[in-house]
Design a protein around this ligand. Structure first.
Ligand code: ZN
Ligand code: ZN
Length: 373
């Protein structure tokens, strides 16, 4: 059971004005709009959450009711919480909230109670009861990290090692959280059912037992290694395959390398954001590469042959006579390979002008000038 914290979802303060909330809402909607994130399930969920949060916080009546529930909710936070509770959610004990509300409810008309009933169910995420707290297998958390790779690795592909703190099943208790041989006892709060039913007149519902978190049993002696969590954190080194031609800020998803599965479900994924180190010589633009080279004024005027570094080694390049400063020469197919295509290499030609001339050189330039250049 988790409580949706609309303030956290919209990233605003509890005392933010309606204008501030509107402004922040518009900003987030632009960022997470499905049109901008086609096929991105996470963005879609976020977009839904943002709209739901705005619907309540932009309506003064709803906001006031929500604030009251939120105030009670935050008083009854319990440590640990549900494994499924993501960002923007606060874990609460519903029983305590109901106690407080039934006290308030008596002073209110029945109409108010009904609207409270409606609003109440809006603010809680009932889905996570069945998916994470009960013994239904669920995929583990997706973890996000980033690595910085050399320019050449991004172009040619290769490997990169990455060490992450990964959550693993505790070997001592094989994930049960109980000290080996100590076993567990039936939860006294829910008598082993894992859920507690509440019928407060407003509505009947059941919620996950906070004592045993839906397991139906509690541990007598917590495991000494994992202190009862069933998980331990340990560093793990992963070899990441970098495909050739990968671009900056691309994501690589490693299936099953994320958080451990819940109730025997599959492990989550590890998502790696790629940062490419800038190169001292090459500049990248999509699949094209640009490299700068300097030639003398006379070479620019008369033409020459130079050697340019490419990703495949050095290549000779003819500079035609009369080449203008900053002009770009193209070497087709010497850029970045990606799938079946390959970009081009552009050579930007800089022309060095002499800053000092001897008397003789000045005489020659004067002759050039007189000839009409
Ligand atoms: Zn229980
Ligand atoms: Zn353990």
């Amino acid at each position: 059971m988790s409580f949706k914290d609309f303030y956290k979802i919209l990233n605003v303060q509890e005392n933010s004005s309606i204008d501030e909330i509107k402004k922040q809402y518009r900003k987030l909607v632009r960022k997470y709009h499905p049109d901008k994130n086609p096929g991105n399930k996470q963005a879609e969920e976020k977009f839904k959450e943002i709209n739901e949060a705005y619907e309540t916080l932009s309506n003064p009546n709803k906001r006031q009711q929500y604030d009251t529930i939120r105030k009670y909710g935050s008083r009854f936070n319990y440590q640990g919480g549900t494994p499924g509770g993501g960002q923007g959610y606060t874990d609460v004990n519903i029983e305590d909230i109901l106690k407080n509300f039934s006290k308030k409810g008596r002073r209110k008309s029945s109409r108010d109670s009904d609207s409270f009933n409606d609003i109440f169910s809006q603010f809680f995420d009932f889905n996570d009861i069945s998916s994470s707290d009960m013994k239904i297998p669920k995929k583990g958390k997706d973890l996000l990290t980033s690595i910085t790779i050399p320019f050449e690795t991004a172009v040619k592909g290769g490997f990169q090692y990455l060490t992450i703190e990964s959550e693993n099943i505790c070997e001592r208790c094989t994930g049960s959280g109980a000290e080996p041989g100590s076993g567990s006892v039936t939860c006294p709060k829910c008598q082993g059912r894992g859920t507690i039913s509440v019928n407060q007149g407003l509505f009947a519902t059941s919620y996950v037992c906070p004592e045993c978190q839906g397991k139906g049993s509690i541990i007598k002696n917590p495991c000494k290694k994992c202190h009862g969590s069933g998980h331990v954190e340990s560093p793990k080194t992963i070899k990441v395959t970098i495909p050739k031609g990968i671009d900056n800020n691309s994501k690589i998803r490693l299936r099953g390398k994320g958080g451990p599965g819940i109730n025997g479900g599959p492990a989550g994924d590890l998502i790696i954001i790629i940062n490419i180190q800038p190169h001292s010589t090459y500049k990248r633009d999509g699949l094209d590469i640009e490299v700068e080279t300097s030639i003398s004024l006379t070479d620019a005027l008369l033409g020459t042959e130079i050697t340019v570094p490419t990703m495949d080694g050095k290549v000779k390049l003819k500079i035609p006579p009369g080449t203008q400063p900053n002009s770009k020469l193209r070497l087709r197919g010497k850029g970045i390979p990606y799938e079946n295509e390959r970009g081009d290499l552009f050579i930007k030609v800089l022309v060095k002008f002499p800053s000092k001339l001897t008397d003789n050189q000045k005489k020659l330039i004067k002759q050039l000038k007189d000839s009409g250049i």
